[in-house]
Design a protein around this ligand. Structure first.
Ligand code: FBP
Length: 281
């Protein structure tokens, strides 16, 4: 697994360079979800593919930016699902964006997720890895990623990151979010799930939700590339990561590797509160 994390670190350094210098405009292409791709989406996807294909233990790659799973070699152990530049539409306003990686064995099911990593491209470039028993924070320093600390969530927090278009929230979801703000929780939502979730993790707790809505019953966040990797991080840091039925995201069995699901990440107190609002407790 070490060589996979090293490949991710190399890709991160190159994507950080591209974010600093490349054109933030749109290309003429659309991805498999029908989103018009930024030139940076395509560039970042190319960089990740080039760096991870070199790794002998990587058997196949599944990118949010590509329709099909890409076989790399027959003998490899790992399948890597990734979003090369999540929240890329924020790049042109110079807000933080990120890359997300799930390292699976055999198939893209939650039970097969062996490790996860994400990178935040902000004032600093930071990488968080979740493997075996620890969630580790690494920071790029003069081109090298250096270990900073182990990350743990407290049992409760003060931050709320409420995703989704509010006019399409179900009434019980709106009641949940409004009641939290009425009790003094602070709004922290940038529209980039990587910095939004990183903030909750670093500050020790809170709630990130991207619910099912009247216009998108299955939400927007993709299981294989986005929510299952973050579920691994949040559970290993002592938090919870559930869907709208109160099931662990890490037991999801997506039918297609672009499938989405409503998702809730956070510290135990806030997640339990959300599940009560959804009638799951
Ligand atoms: P992309 O992968 O297309 O960037 O979309 C994911 C995302 O940008 C998340 O990072 C973020 O949490 C969410 O979409 C924001 O969606 P919305 O603008 O509907 O709140």
């Amino acid at each position: 697994m070490k060589e996979v994390f090293e490949g991710i670190a190399k890709a991160a350094a190159r994507i950080a360079e591209a974010l600093e210098h490349d054109d933030t405009g749109y290309s003429d292409n659309k991805n498999s979800t029908g989103d018009v791709q930024l030139k940076l989406d395509i560039r970042s996807d190319y960089i990740v593919e080039e760096e991870l294909s070199r790794i002998p233990t990587v058997r196949a790659l599944a990118s949010e930016e590509k329709e099909q799973i890409e076989p790399i070699r027959t003998g490899g152990q790992y399948l890597v699902g990734y979003d090369p530049l999540d929240g890329s539409s924020l790049a042109d306003v110079d807000l933080s964006v990120g890359s997300i990686f799930g390292v699976y064995e055999n198939s893209f099911l939650g039970a097969n997720l062996m490790a996860a990593a994400y990178v935040v491209y902000g004032p600093r470039v930071e990488m968080v890895t979740a493997y075996k028993q620890n969630v580790e924070l690494w920071r790029q320093d003069r081109g090298e990623f250096k270990f900073v600390q182990i990350l743990r969530l407290r049992d409760s927090g003060k931050l709320v990151a409420p995703g989704g278009t509010q006019q399409y929230w179900y009434p019980h979801h709106k009641e949940l979010i409004d009641s939290m703000f009425a009790e003094g929780y602070r709004l922290r939502y940038s529209g980039g799930m990587v910095p939004d979730l990183h903030q909750i993790l670093i500050k020790g707790g809170g709630l990130f939700s991207y619910p099912g809505t009247t216009d998108k019953a299955k939400g927007k966040i993709r299981l294989v590339f986005e929510s299952m990797p973050f579920a691994k991080v949040f559970e290993m840091a002592g938090g919870l990561a559930l869907n709208d039925r109160g099931e662990r995201l890490l037991v999801s069995e997506p039918k297609g590797h672009h499938d989405t699901s409503p998702c809730f990440f956070g510290s135990k107190t806030e997640i339990e509160r959300a599940m009560r609002a959804y009638g799951n407790v």
